[in-house]
Write a protein that binds this ligand. Structure first.
Ligand SMILES: [Zn+2]
Ligand SMILES: [Zn+2]
Length: 70
């Protein structure tokens, strides 16, 4: 629903449910609920994650492993 002052915020609407957000990132994360896809891949071991926060957490473990490698 566009506001009366003519300013339209770009919204991303989910095609599977009534969810909508102005942020592409949020929409991508939300779509995972429907598709089961994991858009975030680790650049080191290529393991895939549904959430950016999960990927960040995972990549921290790489940082620690590097130190103790032998
Ligand atoms: Zn949805
Ligand atoms: Zn990894």
């Amino acid at each position: 629903m566009p506001s009366s002052d003519g300013f339209v915020v770009k919204m991303y609407s989910c095609q599977h449910c009534s969810y909508s957000t102005a942020r592409m990132d949020n929409m991508r994360t939300h779509q995972v609920k429907h598709t089961g896809e994991k858009p975030y891949a680790c650049s080191i071991c290529h393991k895939r994650f549904a959430y950016k926060s999960s990927l960040n957490q995972h990549q921290i473990t790489h940082a620690f492993k590097k130190k103790s490698a032998r």
